[in-house]
Design a protein around this ligand. Structure first.
Ligand SMILES: Nc1nc2c(ncn2[C@@H]2O[C@H](COP(=O)(O)OP(=O)(O)OP(=O)(O)O)[C@@H](O)[C@H]2O)c(=O)[nH]1
Ligand SMILES: [Mg+2]
Length: 353
């Protein structure tokens, strides 16, 4: 599961990518950079204090930092097309929009207008999808003229594609028309861009770092307001100095935590937790996953030899004080294979191989 930072030239993507990952993408020839980002989770800190384990391991998500593009000339168009295959492989788009004053950084189209930039990005995504869908329709129609054995399947695909085509011509993103799982499976291999959830990041000046997150713009699943340059500065401070810096900015917690969590949720991911003297750890599974899927995440043997999942909700453990208290209160449940794991479940798998 990965998310892609996209946006026009110099909107602050690489600065933000560095701030969320703590890694600086190498400068030089523009290319796509892959970054592994730890998902902040306050629950891990609390459980670490409780269990004092040898190590603590956060959940990860992957981001790619995509070079910016400009649509104002042919070279920029070419550049955008060059990075499209990488963007198509991401499950989530994070549009980084310039909303900061900085006379030394030229603004795209000489404007600081994040809403207009987002509209322009959205139009480009719609256009790219229209091209993909149109090409695919042509191929399927051609194939339908030949005596192949796959006509039924192709006819079904064609119906979905035609619906997609019509929506795109009306500038409706595909996420709004291809909702059914079967439709999505039909087009899954095309990497359609307007089918992907999009989070909008308003990259503001540091004097606006305390702005609340705006309402998500149309067709976006989330919006975050942050100052990428300040986030980078914070990430470089020793942890003890961060609170004072944040207070100066007028914010309580780094925006990076908020952004990463929003992306994690928009990707449809949840965390379950394991605890013990060796390790306290967060594990990632798709929301709706069952106990066997969670077990497999740790080891295929645990899934194969699954007996039961001893489960307690994090909130219950906190309320009961410790595991002993949770057991006494009847909050430690014995769950079977088909149990749907909830975010924050603390699980101890019983298995036999
Ligand atoms: N004042 C201010 N400057 C910023 C902010 N974010 C980025 N910048 C500056 O804007 C310039 C471009 O930032 P990058 O992070 O390289 O932007 P980018 O989107 O990765 O650029 P491309 O990859 O070339 O499209 C740099 O000089 C940054 O220091 C911000 O929040 N405030
Ligand atoms: Mg960059």
């Amino acid at each position: 599961m990965k998310a892609a930072f996209i946006g026009f030239s110099q909107s602050g993507k690489s600065t933000l990518a560095s701030a969320v990952s703590g890694q600086v993408p190498p400068v030089g020839a523009p290319q796509v950079h892959r970054l592994v980002v730890k998902v902040p989770d306050e629950r891990l800190n609390v459980l670490t204090a409780m269990y004092n384990p040898k190590k603590t391991t956060e959940a990860n998500i992957e981001f790619i930092d995509v070079p910016g593009f400009s649509l104002s000339d042919g070279a920029g168009q070419e550049e955008w097309k060059r990075y499209l295959p990488d963007i198509r492989q991401a499950e989530l788009l994070v549009a980084v929009l310039r909303d900061f004053d900085n006379p030394s950084v030229p603004a795209y189209r000489d404007r600081v207008d994040p809403k207009a930039d987002l509209e322009e990005i959205r139009d480009e995504l719609l256009y790219a999808d229209l091209e993909t869908v149109t090409n695919r329709i042509e191929r399927v129609e051609k194939s339908l003229k030949k005596p192949t054995k796959t006509h039924e399947q192709e006819k079904r695909e064609l119906a979905v594609l035609q619906r997609a085509h019509q929506a795109l011509e009306n500038t409706t993103p595909l996420s709004e028309v291809l909702a059914a799982d079967e439709d999505r499976r039909t087009v899954a291999s095309f990497g359609l861009l307007t089918l992907k959830p999009l989070v909008a990041v308003f990259n503001v000046s540091d004097d606006q770092a305390s702005n609340p997150d705006p309402e998500p713009p149309p067709h976006a699943v989330g919006a975050v307001s942050l100052c990428a340059a300040a986030e980078w500065d914070i990430s470089q401070l020793p942890p003890g100095d961060r609170a004072a810096f944040l207070a100066d900015l007028g914010v309580e917690t780094p925006a990076r935590d908020r952004l990463i969590r929003k992306c994690y949720e928009a990707l449809g991911l949840i965390s379950f937790l394991t605890v013990g003297p060796d390790e306290v750890r967060a594990w990632t599974i798709p929301s709706g996953g069952d106990a066997v899927e969670a077990a497999r995440k740790i080891h295929s043997d645990i899934a194969r030899g699954f007996i039961r999942a001893e489960t307690v909700a994090y909130a219950d453990l906190m309320a009961d004080g410790d595991m002993k208290g949770a057991k006494a209160a009847g909050h430690v449940r014995q769950e079977g294979k088909t149990y749907i794991v909830q975010d924050g479940d603390i699980i101890n798998f019983k298995f036999n191989v």
